[in-house]
Design a protein around this ligand. Structure first.
Ligand code: CP
Length: 304
C-alpha cells in the first residue's frame, strides 16, 4: 500500500506520470467522473485549512466518491486524549483513504502504519507534499518544464513547510537555481541547506532584498510569515510585513515570470498584483484539485 508522506515518495518519473494524469483530468473531466464511485475519503484536520481540506474533498467528489471527516482537533476525540494511531484505526473502518493535517511533525507517518493509504496534508513545520505536487504541476503547466528554471523563494523560509517540501522536490530536476529571499531570522533551516541543497549540489544563493532577486527569476514563490509557529508575538509583528510584493516591485520582474503563493496570503502580496497576468496563485489553487484527483486515483490504484 502506498502513502504520500513527502514529495520524495515518488520518483521523478512517477511525478511526471502523476502530472500527466492531472493534465488529462483537466482536459477530460467527464472521463473521471465515476472513477471513485463507492469510495470514501476521510479528511482528518487537526489544524485549520481552507484549500488543502476542501481541495481534497472537491477532488474526491469530482471522482464520484464521498467524503467525511473533521476540520479541527476540537471537534474530534483528540480532545479526550485519543492517539493518532487509534484515530486512524477507527477511520480505516469508515473510509478507503485519508488526508491528515496535524501540528506534530511525523503524525501522518504514524497514521500510515495502519491499514489505509494516508496523505500527509501538512505536519507541523515539516512537509506539505500535496502543496508541492500542486506547485510542480503549476510550474510545469505555465512554463512547460521543471528543468532550467530560476526560482525565488521569499518570506518565512524557516517555518514554511511548503518551501521545505518544494526544495526537496526541485533539487531533483536539472539546472534549477534557487534564490532564497528572507530576513536573517527566517532563513531556511540548516538541515535543508546542508542535507538537501548542499548534498544535492544545488545552485543557490541567500539574499535579503527581494528587489535584488526579482530581475533574475522565472518563478517567484511568495510565502506568508507563519504566525502560528512563532514563540512570541513581538517577533511575529516585527517580521510580518518584511516583504510586500506590489505593482511597483513587479516592474522589476521579467515579463514571463510567474508569481506563486501556496495561500493564504496576509499582506505579502498587495491585492493590486492580482490583476497582473503574471499572478498565478489562484490558478495554482485550481491545479491543486487536478493533482489531488490524480493522487487519489494513484494511491487507490484505480485506472481509468
Ligand atoms: N496552501 C494551504 O495549505 O492552504 P490551507 O492552509 O488553507 O490548506
Amino acid at each position: 500500500m502506498r502513502h504520500l508522506m513527502s514529495p520524495l515518495d515518488f520518483t521523478v518519473e512517477e511525478l511526471d506520470n502523476l502530472m500527466d494524469l492531472a493534465q488529462d483530468i483537466e482536459k477530460n473531466p467527464k472521463k473521471y467522473a465515476h472513477a471513485c464511485d463507492g469510495k470514501k475519503l476521510a479528511t482528518l484536520f487537526f489544524e485549520p485549512s481552507t484549500r488543502t481540506r476542501l481541495s481534497h474533498e472537491a477532488a474526491m467528489l469530482n471522482l464520484g466518491g464521498s467524503v467525511l471527516g473533521f476540520s479541527s482537533a476540537d471537534s474530534s476525540s483528540a480532545t479526550k486524549g485519543e492517539t493518532v494511531a487509534d484515530t486512524i484505526r477507527m477511520i480505516s473502518c469508515y473510509a478507503n483513504i485519508c488526508a491528515m493535517r496535524h501540528p506534530k511533525e511525523g503524525a501522518a507517518l504514524v497514521a500510515s502504519e495502519h491499514s489505509i493509504p494516508v496523505i500527509n496534508a501538512g505536519d507541523g513545520g515539516h512537509q506539505h507534499p500535496t502543496q508541492t505536487l500542486t506547485d510542480l504541476l503549476t510550474i510545469r503547466s505555465l512554463k512547460g518544464h521543471l528543468d532550467n528554471i530560476t526560482i525565488g523563494l521569499c518570506g518565512d523560509l524557516k517555518f514554511g513547510r511548503t518551501v521545505h517540501s518544494l526544495i526537496h522536490a526541485l533539487v531533483r530536476y536539472k539546472n534549477v537555481k534557487f534564490i532564497l529571499i528572507s530576513p536573517e531570522e527566517l532563513r531556511v533551516p540548516s538541515y535543508i541547506r546542508n542535507d538537501v541543497l548542499d548534498k544535492e549540489h544545488a545552485q543557490y544563493e541567500e539574499v535579503v532584498r527581494l528587489e535584488d532577486a526579482l530581475p533574475k527569476l522565472d518563478i517567484l514563490y511568495m510565502t506568508r510569515v507563519q504566525k502560528e509557529r512563532f514563540f512570541n508575538e513581538e517577533d511575529y509583528i516585527r517580521m510580518k510585513d518584511f516583504y510586500v510584493l506590489d505593482a511597483q516591485k513587479m516592474e522589476l520582474a521579467p515579463k514571463d515570470m510567474y508569481v506563486l503563493h501556496p495561500l493564504p496570503r496576509v499582506n505579502e502580496i498587495a491585492v493590486e498584483v492580482d490583476d497582473d497576468p503574471r499572478a498565478a496563485y489562484f490558478a495554482q489553487a485550481q491545479y491543486g484539485v487536478y493533482i489531488r484527483m490524480a493522487l487519489i486515483l494513484t494511491l487507490l490504484e484505480i485506472e481509468v
